[in-house]
Design a protein around this ligand. Sequence first.
Ligand SMILES: O=C(CO)[C@H](O)[C@H](O)COP(=O)(O)O
Length: 229
Amino acid sequence: MATQDELKKQAAAQAVAMVQPNTVLGVGTGSTVAFFIDLLGQRNRQTPLNLKALVTTSSRSKQQLEANGFTVSELAEVAQVDLCIDGADRVDHQLDGIKGGGGALTLEKNVAINAKHNVWIVDQSKVVDRLGGFPLPVEVLPVSCEQNFRRFDRQGLQPAYRLKADGSRYVTHYGNYIIDLHVDPLPIPAGLAAMLDSTVGVVEHGLFLGMTDEVLIATESKIEHWTRK
Ligand SMILES: O=C(CO)[C@H](O)[C@H](O)COP(=O)(O)O
């Protein structure tokens, strides 16, 4: 039986084959994407891809890309991303998902929304019938985080600040906190997304609805290839 890491690597390898030379590539964050970056580096060393530009969604991925010989640009420096490859924490059969387990949701959503084509790479453990089974991250401004925490609590969303190993609050790349909501399954994801989108002090949330075009799912027997209808 393949390990979870072997499955992640298989999905990553398939995504590497989708990258076209002379394009602008977006690269996400996470352990599956980490396999993608190393395999992309291998391919680029064998046959240079001459990417026009490459943007990424975290300092972790940036470091790894640079270690693989890539030059990384800021999103603001590129007009549009041709293809974005990212992981996901959960994905349902409508290709909606929960992301942000690694805390990079704000930049991930900004890169994804500015990409012509989005592909998620996941192993079979991420697939769900109904979105849930994973805390929903919400990035909040520190200035109103307590009010929003209490608001989420009153709404029954079971909020918890994301903490670091030392017990202090996790701080995002942009200096904000993450409140994880523990609702499983999410009853009406689109309604929750709309509520969060209109909550002052919420910077972004991990509901990625209608955003990805394809999902590559590594299962024991094959790579399933789901595309948005
Ligand atoms: O959204 C993310 C980071 O914010 C990742 O894409 C998501 O957490 C999946 O990570 P992994 O491939 O390690 O399971």
